[in-house]
Design a protein around this ligand. Structure first.
Ligand SMILES: NC(=O)C1=CN([C@@H]2O[C@H](COP(=O)(O)OP(=O)(O)OC[C@H]3O[C@@H](n4cnc5c(N)ncnc54)[C@H](O)[C@@H]3O)[C@@H](O)[C@H]2O)C=CC1
Ligand SMILES: O=C([O-])CC(=O)C(=O)O
Length: 273
């Protein structure tokens, strides 16, 4: 398999640690798209820590410079990288797993990605990421009248550097504070590194403007907690997930990496589950 990766941060590097054992064989090629300033450090890190992951490596700064044709590309870089790199890959017929799902909250990006996937006969794959239960929600949506309400609860440090800082003193709060109530579109746009799961629920369910979102900073949170409820004429359910944060990024739950790994395993192996 030739795997492409856009981004080389917490998700990408943790994924590369897991890949050799999960696949049981090295990739044919790994192509990484990095920021120009990071290209040399990324090359050194690949040679030092990840030589067992693939038989050949390349690091480029733009997805159209990737050597050959990847079987699958995973975007794990952020909302900006989705608009810069993903439409071109899809138009070229390459399937892409987009982890920064909240980028689709911008209607122009959602439309461009869908048009590019159609034009290239490629698939835009949105993984469950840090949550589960998306399969059932997506199935129920077809029957109509589905309602989704989501609550994202993280320790205060996970909200550092976000607009939450203007509403709450993150370093001093001792109890849980709700700092955002609104739609999934507003949440995904204002919290691009923390509310991608709200976008995933919106896209699987009733859409960006009908999905209710509450965001909470809680010093007692047992991790990055995602709670949501689904009500529909066919089934109703509630989910609560207590995720461990990643070692490399407190905002990102480590299960997100395993969700990406699942997409790759499903692609490479004989069984899809
Ligand atoms: N769907 C989900 O459940 C989740 C989605 N995410 C998304 O995944 C993204 C990545 O997460 P982490 O790896 O933890 O973040 P990170 O900040 O550790 O890594 C992101 C890396 O991408 C690089 N990057 C940024 N823009 C780029 C571009 N245009 N081209 C190439 N590289 C670029 C950065 O320099 C950084 O090294 C988050 O920003 C978030 O949007 C994160 C958690 C859960
Ligand atoms: O990893 C998580 O817990 C969720 C997250 O950051 C996001 O949805 O962007």
């Amino acid at each position: 398999m030739h795997l492409g990766l856009i981004g080389f941060g917490n998700i990408a590097t943790t994924l590369l640690e897991l890949l050799p054992e999960a696949l049981g064989r090295p990739l044919e090629r790994l192509s990484v798209v990095s920021m120009p300033a990071d290209a040399e450090p990324v090359r050194s890190r690949l040679a030092r820590d990840f030589s067992a992951v693939a038989r050949a490596f390349s690091v480029v700064c733009s997805s159209d410079q990737m050597e050959g044709r990847p079987d699958l590309v995973v975007e794990c870089a952020g909302h900006g990288a989705v608009s810069s790199h993903v439409p071109g890959l899809l138009r070229a017929g390459i399937d892409v797993v987009v982890v920064s799902v909240g980028a689709l909250a911008e209607p122009r990006i959602e439309a461009e990605l869908k048009e590019a996937a159609r034009a290239g006969n490629a698939r835009l794959i949105l993984p469950a990421g840090a949550i589960g239960g998306v399969d059932l929600l997506s199935a129920l949506k077809v029957a109509g009248d589905v309602k989704v309400s989501y609550r994202g609860i993280k320790p205060p440090a996970a909200w550092a550097g976000t607009p939450a800082e203007r509403a709450v003193d993150l370093e001093r709060i001792r109890t849980a504070h709700v700092f955002f109530s609104g739609t999934a579109r507003e949440a995904a746009s204002a919290y691009p590194r923390n509310a991608n799961v709200a976008a995933t629920l919106a896209l699987a369910g009733p859409g960006f403007d009908a999905t209710e979102v509450t965001l909470v900073a809680d010093p007692s949170a047992p991790g990055n907690v995602h709670e949501y409820s689904v009500a529909s004429p066919l089934a109703s359910y509630a989910v609560r997930i207590e995720n461990r944060p990643s070692a490399g990024n407190a905002k990102t739950s480590v299960s997100t990496v395993y969700s990406v790994l699942r997409e790759i395993r499903n692609r490479a192996g004989p069984l899809v589950i």
